[in-house]
Design a protein around this ligand. Structure first.
Ligand code: M6R
Length: 369
């Protein structure tokens, strides 16, 4: 069943190139246009929406945080992302002009289900992004976009996350398409980029041996910090979550710009700090800022583990360990940048003798609030 892998998690990490391709399958017509027939919320209703609210938990929440960048950038609709467990308890402002997107791999997460029920009671339409056919969350939603990642068995979510991202990008483009903020050529260009992501993930997977070696060398550490900016910030959060649940290590993700507002006090000799570096192209201001963060961290004696695009030479002098990822458009970078962090956490868990597929105290679907 594990297809020759020691753990389901390893199998599911390896399945990611196919999983992301499967999420795109049947959603693009011969001319390269987007056809999201499953989104059974009419174009006129979608045009009326003045706000998008994403609710989700854990890894799915991180997918939501990344989706916000794409939705706001491509559609100019304000988008909030909220932990499903917090959502209904603060009396959120919801109405028929609010599009609620509930993201869940299992489709059975009680916190997310309660959040979407609350939203529907207030008259909002709910679109589910889900991996499990016929599960409760899609059944109770107005529409569903399935991620088609195939069954995910390991408790730690990997391929579901990447496919949730792809589904979110498709929804963002679709909203742009029906609302006229994104035109055919632009949409087709993003879709072309998305269809190349599987190959890029494949290339990342082929170069993971040094990451595994690095993980093994850190097995006796107590803490790892993760930093990122822009879409790299949720990637940092996801890297930290993976490490907590699998390696049972203290791990925290920060927005790199926050470093000077507190977390830099944590930096000391030999502390491993993973930094997700934005592309030097496009938003190069952020790139330069994060490079100076890496310098600051290194100046305090910490060990820098840098995830940077191929060809980004500016980081080389400050990286104790350099993990290369293929060049992608800025918004799509999480699809490749997350993969080394999954491998890293999995290998650290193994090195610490932990049960990879079934971490202590956790369940694959959390059906209690
Ligand atoms: O099934 P869901 O996507 O609704 O699950 C949400 C979280 O419980 C889940 O992502 C959890 O954080 C994972 N174990 C993370 O790897």
């Amino acid at each position: 069943e594990k297809g020759g892998y020691d753990y389901f998690m390893l199998k599911e990490i390896a399945e990611q190139p196919k999983a992301v391709a499967d999420t795109l399958l049947g959603r693009i017509d011969g001319a390269g246009n987007l056809t999201l027939d499953e989104v059974r919320i009419s174009a006129s209703e979608l045009r009326e929406m003045d706000k998008v609210v994403i609710v989700a938990c854990g890894t799915a929440f991180h997918a939501g945080l990344i989706a916000k960048y794409a939705i706001e950038h491509w559609t100019r609709i304000p988008c909030e992302v909220e932990l499903a467990s917090e959502f209904r308890y603060r009396d959120p402002i919801l109405d028929a002009q609010t599009l609620v997107i509930a993201i869940s791999q299992s489709g059975e997460t009680m916190d997310t289900l309660m959040a979407l029920r609350h939203a529907r009671e207030q008259g909002s339409k709910v679109l589910a992004i889900c991996n499990t056919n016929g599960s409760t969350i899609p059944r109770e939603s107005d529409a569903v976009l399935y991620t088609h990642a195939g069954p995910e068995v390991a408790v730690a979510s990997t391929k579901a996350f990447l496919t949730q991202l792809v589904a979110c990008y498709l929804v963002a483009l679709y909203l742009g398409q029906v609302r006229g903020t994104k035109w055919g050529d632009e949409i087709r260009a993003v879709i072309r980029d998305l269809s190349q992501i599987g190959g890029a993930v494949e290339r990342v997977l082929e170069t993971m041996e040094p990451v595994r070696e690095l993980a093994r060398s850190l097995a006796d550490k107590n803490t790892v910090l993760f930093l990122g900016r822009h879409v790299g910030y949720p990637v940092a959060l996801e890297g930290a979550l993976k490490l907590k649940e699998l390696a049972y290590m203290h791990a925290e993700g920060f927005a790199a710009g926050e470093l000077k507002h507190g977390p830099i006090a944590l930096i000391d000799q030999d502390l491993p700090v993973v930094v997700v570096v934005p592309s030097p192209r496009g938003r190069s201001v952020l790139h330069d800022k994060i490079v100076s963060n890496i310098q600051e961290i290194r100046a305090r004696g910490a060990r820098t583990i840098v995830i940077a695009e191929e060809g980004d030479e500016a980081v080389v002098p400050y990286a104790d360990h350099l993990i290369r990822i293929p060049v992608t458009p800025t918004l799509l970078q999480p699809l490749v940048a997350t993969v080394p962090l999954q491998v890293f956490a999995c290998e650290l868990a193994t090195a610490r003798g932990n049960e990879v597929d079934q971490p202590r105290n956790l369940a694959k679907s959390v059906t209690v609030e």
